[in-house]
Design a protein. Sequence first.
Length: 356
Amino acid sequence: MASIELQRVEKRYGPHSAVRALDLRITDGEFLVLLGPSGCGKTTTLNMIAGLDAPTAGQVLFDGRDVTEVSAYRRNVAMVFQSSLLYPHLTARRNIETSLRYSNMNRAEKALRIAETVRMLEIEPLLDKLPSQMSGGQRQRVATAKAIVREPAAFLLDEPLSALDAALRLSLRSELVNLQKRLGTTTVFVTHDQIEAMTMGDRIGVMSGGELQQIGTPDEIYNSPATLFVAGFLGSPPMNLIEGEVIAGRFHSDQLSVPLSAPPGAATLGVRPQDMHLVAPNAEGALPVEVFALEHLGRESIVIAEAHGGLKVRVIVAVGFAARVGERLGLAPDPARCLLFAPGGARVPLRPTVAA
């Protein structure tokens, strides 16, 4: 196991900056998820931790030791990729054995290590099968065994579940978390899937444009997003973001009016769909909308409403709610649950005020 630290790490490809002045510390035994859209720099960051890509600037440290110039092989990390990367001509057993090829263990020690790993991942029936004879989920289990059999200092996983179907992703998510907690191995998991991030990580680092926007626990990231990007990226259904301005202690946008204690000026109001309430279309201070669509999800429903100018606003309602497309409604956010963001995207500290 190892702690991992990135100090002002940058990666440039010509004029393009893939990662910019990144400071990141991953504690020993932590499960950290790097989350963000395609092209945000998360895989580049993982590759620099692994030693597959050299930083243009900055340092990479393992347990306080500078490994920036150390080769990937000598960093003692194990990677699992989106595709399983198994040798197609080797059985599962032989694929796993290749990870111990250059170890100092004797034959009996290798056999014992493999047996323990195989038992842990419950892949005994697969040992004599070729990759072509396995399902996608089985291949990923074997690839995971191939990674952990070495007992590396860190696991690095680059979207290992994204090519699987929904049921397999759900199953393997819990298996990977359980495995990591049992082994206690420092783990960095890259994904663009917020559900994976929220359900798997001890902490989540949200990246955009090569920069770390925020790092924190899933609760911190979801309930206290530091930037407009994080607020809009985390949440399913996503947070409603409404542009307007603060005047005399109230946020205004069209007919919407919310009492908020904040400096005057242009701002974006953020409110989760569960914190938006249906009211009469002519209610004072409410946002007038028309029903655009209704999504029934079994335990709840989501009203997608359209406001002036084509703005789509989502609100979670109880099962059984019925409305016709085009029906007029009013939406009123809970002031105590609202967030406010400055034009540059930074979160604006505020406290709710009581309407006069």
